[in-house]
Write a protein that binds this ligand. Structure first.
Ligand code: ZN
Length: 216
């Protein structure tokens, strides 16, 4: 299940990234038609970047400073043109949703390792949470919890408890609250909800999730 979610999220990221890059191409095309000098600047910047790489490979360090100065000068000219045209400084860059990973979902650490970006981690959590059927917190939470729906009657034969269903549910609620209040304590054991379908186990999971989210 987790792999399926990740796979579909990565597909989404790929499409999102592609769309942002296509949008940029459209913006460039329209603006370059209006201001051809920007197209020349881009071509020159690309050529200087290639020249820089070649000089590094050929160990021609002396010419690198000159190239760098030319690059800086072109970047300055480009920024000035954008400013004079009342356009944002990043107008000729893709408008990625996440500028950290550039909508790839991963970031490079120390030029070698890749690590999942926090935006993708959050989307994975959201998707897993949604799929777990406990996403209905706005309706099913401690504020809507009504213990009066449970009977006061003590009937051991019927309920297999020597307390009433109402008292039982109040005890469960208290245990849920205690669990959340002490969630950070490593000695507190997990809660396990078991029972047949239709017993509203999800509802109680939601109750303590609501409390946990409000606490954080
Ligand atoms: Zn990201």
């Amino acid at each position: 299940m987790a792999n399926e979610i990740l796979y579909s999220l990565l597909k989404e990221y790929e499409q999102k990234k592609l769309k942002k890059e296509l949008d940029l191409e459209k913006r460039k095309k329209a603006l370059y038609k209006e201001i051809p000098r920007l197209q020349q600047i881009e071509d020159d910047l690309n050529n200087f970047a290639i020249s820089t790489a070649k000089n590094i490979l050929l160990h021609k360090v002396s010419s690198l400073d000159v190239l760098q100065q030319k690059i800086e000068s072109l970047k300055y000219e480009k920024a000035s043109i954008l400013q004079n045209s009342m356009l944002p400084p990043n107008y000729l860059e893709p408008y990625y949703e996440c500028c950290v990973c550039k909508d790839t979902g991963y970031i490079l650490i120390n030029h070698s390792k890749t690590q999942m970006c926090s935006c993708l981690k959050q989307k994975l959590l959201d998707a897993s949470f949604h799929k777990s059927n406990i996403a209905n917190l706005d309706k099913e939470n401690f504020n809507t919890f009504n213990e009066n729906l449970f009977s006061d009657e003590i009937d051991v034969a019927k309920y297999h408890f020597n307390i009433s269903p109402k008292q039982n549910i109040k005890n469960i609620k208290k245990k849920c609250i205690d669990f959340i209040e002490n969630f950070d304590d490593a000695n507190v054991k997990n809660l396990l909800f078991t029972g047949n379908t239709g017993l509203r186990k999800n509802f109680y999971v939601q109750l303590y999730c609501t409390r946990a989210f409000k606490k954080r």
